[in-house]
Design a protein around this ligand. Sequence first.
Ligand code: FIX
Ligand code: ZN
Length: 430
Amino acid sequence: MLNPLLTDRLELRRQVEEITNTTPTIDIHTHLFAPEFGKMNLFGIDELLTYHYLIAETFRSAEVSYERFWQMNRPQQADLVWRTLFVENTPLSEATRGIVTVLNAFGLDPAASDLREARSFFRSQDITEHHNRVLDLACVSDVVMTNDPFDAQEAKVWESDASIDRRFHAALRMDRLLNDWQNTATKLSSLGYKVDAGFGGETVDEVRRFLDKWIARMNPLYMAVSLPDDFKFPGADMRDRIIREVVLPIAREHKLSVAVMVGVRRRVNPALHMAGDGLGRADLGALERLCGENPDVRFLATFLSRENQHELCVAARKFNNLMPFGCWWFLNNPSIIAEITRERLELLGPSFIPQHSDARILEQLVYKWQHSRRVISESLYESYEQLLSSGRAVTRAEIQRDVTRMFSVNFREWVNLPTSEVAEEQVLIS
Ligand code: FIX
Ligand code: ZN
């Protein structure tokens, strides 16, 4: 029989593991950049070790003041992080284990006493080959970037003739617009747009003109915003007006999904710089109202608080224009991914996007995906095993269909991203 029923539990587990590990995924939210973005595209051991997750952890064990740390240059910071978290302590946390996974993937010693070997390895890599190797090791077919239309360094690349690596896709980030309107209004005025901080006059049309221009240039797969734990919808603030008068009309006109990432409390400890953000439980009702009032707009949503995860699943059962995605940031730990993936499978079947990496440094793709796949595979095996116990065995083809759906098809369909073969055919036809 070509596709036998998998009734043996050991074989079932083996097949689930193999399929989960080898099915290419679309990484739907990262902070990576395509190679064409030059220095913005971060890679190598010094960048990996100065990831803000590791900086926060270093301050828990090293006797260094914030001031002293920020005065150091990057290699000095990386040396301190290495010595503190990997030599003087055992790398037990998820972010430290991630470094171990990366070093191992490249055949480097994860127990080295210093960074000499790792530095010389990363320095000697050809950037294009290295990109290919990392995407291959992570089994990632496509990467979605985070693109800020107000970032001057990024703008230079978008405004040049550079043709961007086709595996990298844009996402139009709207944080400055929705979370910092006063400063953004000033910025838009300085760029020649006739906007008024009070939102009068031609402001709406002008902000739309600005976004239309960037949508044409970046061709984003979706618009995205991170929102605080106290996000309200409806809200008696400027954000509410911008959502209603700018974001939602643009989403409709350009048929763009809107990704909301809710629950971040920025700068809880500003002395930690980027590592100083925290989280808070949010009101899921705001998202329910957003989805309910706008059934013709598709929303992607992720929440930062563990306490919001079950409510998010329930909201997705009520609104089919809502796609839960990823285990974001402080949730990207095996114990929590296992819990979230299980509750999503139980409440939503395969109709969600289990993970995104949020990678900021290229090689993080390797560990974030390797670690997540292991947990997703376990959770999936459990679901199939329970199904088997209830009298319904699955086939390899069914497992492949489910994993492909969760790892790529759900997203492709949500944002109308054709497979690369279809995209190539479309280019040939037109
Ligand atoms: O807002 C975001 O997209 C967050 O993911 C980041 O701001 C955060 O710093 C991060 O890197 C989390 O993984
Ligand atoms: Zn992010």
